[in-house]
Structures are given as C-alpha cells and as structure tokens.
Design a protein around this ligand. Structure first.
Ligand SMILES: NC(=O)c1ccc[n+]([C@@H]2O[C@H](COP(=O)([O-])OP(=O)(O)OC[C@H]3O[C@@H](n4cnc5c(N)ncnc54)[C@H](O)[C@@H]3O)[C@@H](O)[C@H]2O)c1
Length: 319
C-alpha cells in the first residue's frame, strides 16, 4: 500500500502521515514547504520511511511522476488561510481549485483510484440550520469556502468520469500538536508579546466547534474504513462548541496569566467571510464509530502547552 500526501509537512498532513506509517503504508510526502515544516516529519524522515518530494501541486509533471505506484492520494495542500482571499483574490482559485484539478489530472494519468480531500465547514457560509448537515444548500461568504466547494465538485465529476472514489471531509477548526495557524496560535503569540492585553477579533461571541487533531485523524480513518460509498461527503467536527471569549480565557489560564484585559474589535464576525457559528451535524461519521475523546477545553490546553514547548513554531510565522 502506497499513499501520497499533498501538504504532508503541514499541521494536519503530518498527522495523516504518522497514521499511514502506523498502518505500514509506504508514504510519499509532496509539499512545497510554503507553510509546512520538515520538523513535523523528523522521525519518519530519519528512519527513511517517508519519501519526500519538495514540489508544488501546480507543477503537473513532477506531481504526476510522484504519484506513480500509489493507490490513494490524501490531498491537503492548499491555501489554508480563510482570511487571505480578500487581499489576493487569485490565491484560492490557484491553490485550491487549480491545485485540486492538477491533483485529479495526475491521478487520472497514473490511475490512482482514491482521493481523500480536506474541505471545510466554510463551504456552508453562514447557515441558518444547526447542527448543519451535509445536505444543507449553502450560500458562499468567502473565496476560500467557494474554492473548497468548487474543488469538491470537481472531485465528484472525476469520480463519475474516471471512477475515482472520494472521501471529502468538511472540517471545523482543528487544534492540537503542530498547530501553526488560527485563533489559539494568534492568541498565544499576542499574549507572549503583551501578557496584559489581548485584542479579540469580533465581539467574542463567535461560536466554533474545535476538534482535537487525534480525534480528527481517527475520524478520517474510521470513515474511510467503514463507509463504502463511491462519493462520500462527510462533516467532521466536535459535538461541543465554544465561544471565542471562553477560548481566550482558557488560553490565558493555561499560560498562567490572571490579569489580562480583553479588547474586542466588535461585530459578530472576526473578519469578512468568518462564520459567527460553526456547529456541524456529524451523525454520518458517528455511525462509522467516530466519537471525540478530547473536550474542546482539553484540546485548547494541549495546544497551548505544545506551542509554549515549541517556540520555534510560534516564531516561524510571527516574523
Ligand atoms: N486547520 C484547520 O483547522 C482546517 C480546517 C478546515 C480545512 N482545513 C484544510 O486542511 C488542509 C490542511 O490544513 P492545515 O491546517 O494542515 O494547513 P497547513 O498550512 O499547516 O498545511 C498545508 C500544507 O500544504 C503545503 N502546501 C501549500 N500549498 C502548496 C502547494 N501549492 N504545493 C505543495 N504543497 C503546498 C504547505 O507547505 C503545508 O505543508 C488544508 O487543505 C486546509 O484547507 C484545515
């Protein structure tokens, strides 16, 4: 069994790689290291268990050659920053839509039969149904969400034309070890430079259903083992949710800070395209046995501890 992981040096991708190695897959990591880190893959690389190809998913030739002999592609490489699309309206189109097209074309060329794709709850825009089921007909509020939905659609069409089986996971925000972007990362960085004040985007009432990385990885592999459809679209998130104000209090408490004043920028959203409430209906993956073991609070505490123990990661993106 040989799998290729695009974005395998990233936060979530490197955990996918670890799980594949545990399952005795041969693993090819395909990553341009734009936001990933070889340190996340240290063990597998030093043991010679990972074939690393430093390449861009937009480079069709290198990507196609890298895929030869693989049975499955885990496609995670993307612009994972929801906020960037307003400043640069091409990034989601190129990285997420064209990038996914390149991946599918390479798969078609060398006849890879399965794709696992990391989509996002952002495809639901601002839904009015909670928990939000996969069947919800969404209206888009961000270029990132729109690009993920377009990529999902292309994956389904390739499934029809070329028999590629698909597992599309719509993720909530993930937290945990190797976490390198997002609200907990931002808060820890801000509090390291000013332990008395914390600026919080929005009014602090945005509610999200954060998922701890080990639970998420278990969900992906359980679903892939136990759900047998040809085109699978599956929500993956926690059963709980938490507002940003409470999240900030937990971050402060884990950092041992007792005298922090919060300043809110105001409004129900942190940024354009932010969804004030993310809570997904995960009954489909629950039927496959998914049951998150780590509470959101514990997940946040573990994430903060990991970041404080790995200041290199905090410094990598703050400069
Ligand atoms: N982190 C989350 O909470 C979350 C939520 C929803 C969806 N997702 C999706 O999950 C996937 C992984 O997210 P993450 O948080 O691990 O992000 P990440 O930025 O840590 O990982 C992305 C990886 O892809 C690589 N990459 C980016 N563009 C590339 C390109 N053009 N060619 C080759 N490699 C490239 C980066 O170097 C990095 O290693 C993404 O598709 C993201 O959109 C993540």
């Amino acid at each position: 069994m040989k799998a290729l992981v695009t974005g395998g040096a990233g936060f979530i991708g490197s955990h996918v790689v670890d799980e594949l190695l545990r399952r005795n897959y041969e693993v090819v990591v395909y990553d341009n290291l734009s936001s990933g880190f070889l340190r996340h893959l240290e063990q597998g690389l030093s043991e010679g268990r990972i074939q690393l190809i430093r390449g861009d998913i937009l480079d069709a030739g290198t990507l196609t050659r890298a895929m030869e002999g693989t049975s499955t592609v885990f496609h995670l490489a993307a612009n994972a920053d929801v906020r960037g699309g307003r400043g640069d309206t091409r990034v989601d189109l190129e990285q997420n839509i064209l990038g996914t097209h390149r991946v599918l074309e390479a798969m078609r060329t060398v006849e890879v039969s399965e794709i696992v794709f990391t989509s996002s709850a952002t495809v639901y825009g601002e839904p009015d149904r909670f928990p939000t089921p996969e069947e919800y007909a969404p209206t888009q509020t961000s270029l990132y969400g729109a690009s993920k939905l377009a990529a999902e659609a292309m994956i389904q069409a390739y499934g029809e034309y070329f028999g590629i089986r698909s597992y599309v996971f719509r993720f909530v925000s993930w937290i945990g070890e190797r976490y390198s972007h997002g609200v907990v990362y931002d808060f820890v960085n801000k509090l390291r430079s000013d332990p008395n004040h914390l600026e919080i985007l929005g009014d602090g009432n945005q509610k999200k259903s954060y998922l701890y990385v080990e639970d998420g990885i278990r969900g992906i592999f359980l679903a892939r083992e136990r759900i047998v459809g040809h085109k699978n679209v599956l929500n993956l998130g926690h059963l709980e949710y938490m507002n940003v104000r409470d999240l900030a209090s937990i971050v402060c408490s884990e950092m041992g800070l007792t005298d922090v004043s919060f300043r809110f920028t105001g409004g129900p959203r942190g940024w354009l395209g932010d969804s004030p409430f993310v809570h997904l209906d995960v009954s489909k993956v629950r039927q496959a046995g998914f049951d998150p073991q780590v509470s959101i609070e514990q997940g946040i505490r573990r994430t903060v501890r990991y970041l404080l123990n790995n200041p290199w990661l905090l410094e990598a993106r703050s400069s």
